[in-house]
Write a protein that binds this ligand. Sequence first.
Ligand code: NDP
Length: 447
Amino acid sequence: MYSDLSLEHFMAGLIKRNPGEEVFHQAVYEVAHSVIPYILDNTKYRDAGILERMTEPDRSFTFRVVWEDDAGNIRINRGYRVQFNNSIGPYKGGLRFHPSVDLAVLKFLGFEQTFKNSLTTLPMGSGKGGSDFNPKGKSDREVMRFCQAFMQELSKYIGPNTDIPAGDIGVGSREISYMFGQYKHIRQEFTGVLTGKAMEFGGSLIRTEATGYGCAFFMENMLQHQGDSMAGRTCLVSGSGNVAQYCIEKINQLGGKVVTLSDSSGFIYDPDGIDAEKLAYVINLKTVQRGRISAYAEKYGCEFHRGKRPWGVPGDLAFPCATQNELDKTDAETLLANGCIAVCEGANMPSTVEAIKVLQQAKLLFGPGKAANAGGVAVSGLEMTQNSIRLAWSAEELEGRLKDIMEKIHKTCATYGEQDGYIDYVKGANLGGFIKVANAMLAYGAI
Ligand code: NDP
């Protein structure tokens, strides 16, 4: 039945079954490109239709979210949860609140999560959810009412051994707290059903920092493998949210100098570097004041480029930490021309397929998000462990474990991706993540 498993044939079938879902097609293409040769060499996976099954979520659903704004108007949004694959553990993946959220975006993110969670070495399946709700410009009370209405419905489908959501774009500590409070209220139970909780009610130290720290660790691992390091390197970071903030903190600690930051309105260029004091300003600006990054340029007297992305600034290392498809072929060519030696993805799928091709053909170090940003979900997994054993580990213990997990992910990528001295981290991450989930699916039989 699956004898014609060519990339073209497989993708044609996937596109036919999932029309109009371009970002999902893109995410699957990147994985299928790496794993199909392996599947053809190991026909037990082909004969069991593993890739066909792995690209079909276990289930996805949408629901109506009705809430009242401060002016007394009834507002309606759409909520989603995609429970993608629970072969190696309960569904696990974040919630995104952003106007661009639709089923295609969440399927791409849930699919990526399958491989990412497998790479962490922890027992976590994959999922993703969210809403087209836009928290920007909403009052605190409006966000609270939305989160409560959202959880009213979602609470029917999740649980600490079933599906454990977390944060993502637009969902930070404030939103997780409102949703956790509502779940606890509805279900009359105090369990670790969400991760990214505050410390007072079952959160984990280092979770806030984990994705950004992990991304910087992964870059350092890639460089060290080449006998190099981040010390003294000029770094370009995009985004200014959770991932970007803590990526900068760790880059600074490792001796790098970050000169850019961005948000959806443009980027700032600070040639003197974003040191700890300036970073504290950014964290306050973005998480407390919920302001725009242009305010940084006004405060520190540096350049702000409206509507532009930071990839035209000369730098050695690039860290896309904002959103999907924010680094295209032209950006990749510009980075190369300006002497960039490595790109490490803090965001999910920030580089287009064409951009990755340009970077890999030039033999740049390229760390894909599913490996490089897995530190966030890894510490979420450690939050689940701490909730289960009802203990809290120290920051030192957790950062040590995070560092260790990122090293293991790097090793897995090198094992499956090294050829003639160059590591294809995309292939390494895809194959390393695939094999564990595929073996579990094979063991269960035809489900
Ligand atoms: P935040 O909401 O904290 O920050 C997102 C940042 O990206 C903001 O600076 C935002 O700008 C910018 N951004 C969002 N959409 C766009 C857009 N369309 N164009 C330009 N800039 C945009 O999110 P996170 O930092 O948590 O997430 C960033 C990325 O990292 C996402 O891809 C997410 O999936 C991924 N990720 C996050 C993890 C986590 O633990 N938080 C874990 C693994 C991956 P603005 O303020 O203007 O909207």
